[in-house]
Design a protein around this ligand. Structure first.
Ligand SMILES: [Zn+2]
Ligand SMILES: [Zn+2]
Length: 245
C-alpha cells in the first residue's frame, strides 16, 4: 500500500515538474510521461497503434532469459490486438551496483531509453536492474504509462533454489504482472466489468490465484506459486472490454 502511494505521489511529481528542462525524470516524449494505466486502450486495441515495440535494457548479468521473452510475447499476443506484431529487443546498459527507488529508476530511464511511439507503433520500456529496491520487498514495479522496472538481481537471488520458482518462471510472473498494470489492471484504466479489486492492496485482484494478486510482485509472494499464474476471468474480461482480444 505504501508502495502504491509512493508511486502515485511520484506520478504527481512528474506532472508538477513537467515543464522544467532541468528535470531529471521527464522523458522527451509527452505521451510516455502520462500516468500508469493511461495507455491501456492504446495497447489493447488496434485503433491507434497496430504494432508494439518493447525496449528492454538490462544491467550486466541480468539479461532476461530468452524463454521469459517468449513467454511474455505469447502472453501479450493473446491479449493485445497488434496485427503488425509484438517485437522485444534487449540491450545492455551500464550497471548501477546500487539500491534503487522510483526516482533513480526514472532518471535511468530518461538517460537510456530511446524507444518511443512512432506512427502506428507504440513503445514500452523495461529496465532490468542489478540493484535491489530500497525497501527490499519489491521484485518489480510499473510506473508511468509505458515504463516498468524489474529488480534483476533480486529475482536472480530468489529463484532456482529448493522450493523456489525457476528464474524463467519468476521473471515471467513479475513481468506479466507489471504488464497487467500497464494494461490497466485492476481498475487502473481498464474499467472493472465485475467488482474484483482488492482495495486494501491498491490496484490488485482479490483472487489469490490470479496473476494480478498483489503478492506476485513482492517478497511475501515468493513460494506461493511454482508455475506462472494466469489472469483470471474477471481480469481477462476487463481487458477484453477495453479493446483487448
Ligand atoms: Zn502489482
Ligand atoms: Zn484477476
Amino acid at each position: 500500500m505504501k508502495k502504491i502511494l509512493l508511486l502515485f505521489s511520484f506520478t504527481i511529481l512528474f506532472f508538477s515538474c513537467k515543464k522544467q528542462n532541468s528535470d531529471p525524470y521527464t522523458l522527451p516524449d509527452a505521451y510516455s510521461n502520462q500516468a500508469l494505466g493511461t495507455s491501456a486502450h492504446d495497447l489493447l486495441s488496434a485503433d491507434k497503434y497496430t504494432t508494439l515495440n518493447i525496449q528492454v535494457q538490462y544491467m550486466p548479468g541480468y539479461q532476461l532469459d530468452p524463454a521469459a521473452i517468449t513467454n511474455v510475447t505469447n502472453y501479450l499476443s493473446a491479449i493485445c490486438n497488434k496485427p503488425g506484431g509484438i517485437n522485444i529487443t534487449q540491450t545492455q546498459i551500464t550497471g548501477s551496483g546500487d539500491t534503487l527507488n522510483p526516482s533513480k529508476v526514472a532518471a535511468l530511464e530518461k538517460q537510456n531509453r530511446t524507444a518511443y511511439n512512432s506512427g502506428s507503433t507504440i513503445s514500452l520500456y523495461i529496465l532490468v536492474s542489478d540493484g535491489y529496491d530500497t525497501s527490499v520487498s519489491t521484485l518489480g514495479f510499473s510506473y508511468r504509462c509505458t515504463s516498468i522496472c524489474l529488480f534483476g538481481k533480486d529475482i536472480f537471488d530468489h529463484s532456482g533454489g529448493t522450493g523456489e520458482m525457476s528464474r524463467v518462471n519468476l521473471e515471467t510472473s513479475v513481468l506479466e504482472h507489471e504488464l497487467g498494470h500497464i494494461l490497466g489492471l485492476v481498475n487502473l484504466g481498464s474499467p472493472m466489468q465485475t467488482a474484483h479489486q482488492d482495495v486494501s492492496h491498491g490496484n490488485h485482484c482479490a483472487n489469490t490465484k490470479c496473476l494480478m494478486y498483489y503478492a506476485i510482485e513482492l517478497h511475501v509472494g515468493l513460494g506461493l506459486f511454482s508455475t506462472v499464474p494466469l489472469l483470471d476471468t474477471n481480469c481477462s474480461n476487463d481487458l477484453h472490454a477495453n479493446g483487448g482480444k
